[in-house]
Design a protein around this ligand. Structure first.
Ligand SMILES: *Cc1c(COP(=O)(O)O)cnc(C)c1O
Length: 222
């Protein structure tokens, strides 16, 4: 049986310099997070506000928490100040509320814009054209307490590697187009893509941040 520490070591060996790893710990008990922490892992990803809050107070202070799930606007306030990155901004309304709550709390929140390129109907996120319009019109200039650090996306959930590769290529291309549309946007450098089954392909297409759960912690018990 491989341990969490073995899994992390194996994954880190395959990641090029400069690509960061989020250990997606959603639905896993704190003991497993502690094991990953003891092996040196510092970035953890959670998808539910309550679960994140529960884990934050049981883990050391130097953990950097990423929120990666669909965020309901009424949960934003509780998250602000606890997370190092919200990867899943999927509407302008949510972004506005994050900005308002961050300003009210006197902090700057770092976020990624979630883009929807996959074939599935159910996935959250902006369409590439919506994001391009958002940046082309420089709407981000109205943000006071939010720093948009890049984009996050998921590939279609399929065994068809060509389709998955095309999705990653589309996300990376969108990131380059946005940088061209908004050259004054600073620190817009993160391309978060790649999960347990497809992260190597994502990295080959320019991912700078991979989000891996199952390949580290095993299957989740929902
Ligand atoms: C659950 C989740 C992951 C991790 O998926 P695995 O297949 O377990 O690696 C990555 N990203 C997001 C947005 C998720 O919700």
């Amino acid at each position: 049986m491989t341990t969490i520490s073995d899994n992390l070591r194996r994954i880190y060996r395959t990641l090029p310099e400069g690509v960061e790893l989020v250990a997606v710990s959603k639905f896993h008990p704190v003991e497993k997070l502690r094991e990953a922490y003891a092996a040196g892992q510092r970035i953890f990803g959670e998808s539910r506000e309550q679960e994140l809050e529960h884990k934050v107070c049981q883990m050391p202070d130097d953990v950097r928490w990423h929120f990666i799930g669909h965020l309901q606007t009424n949960k934003v306030k509780r998250l602000i100040g606890k997370v190092s990155l919200i990867e899943s901004i999927d509407s302008e309304r949510l972004l506005r509320i994050v900005d308002e709550q961050s300003a009210a709390a006197g902090v700057v929140t770092r976020v990624l814009m979630q883009v929807h390129v996959a074939a599935e109907e159910t996935k959250f996120g902006f369409l590439p054209s919506e994001l391009e319009a958002y940046f082309a019109e420089h709407r981000y200039e109205s943000l006071r307490a939010t720093h948009i650090c890049g984009i996050m996306g998921m590939a279609t959930n399929t065994d068809d590697k060509e389709r998955v590769a095309a999705d990653f290529a589309a996300i990376a291309a969108l990131h380059r187009r946005i940088k061209a549309l908004a050259p004054d946007l600073r620190g817009f450098d993160t391309v978060s893509m790649g999960m347990s089954d497809d992260y190597e392909l994502a990295v080959a297409h320019g991912s700078t941040l991979v989000r891996i759960g199952t390949a580290i912690f095993g299957n989740r018990e929902y």
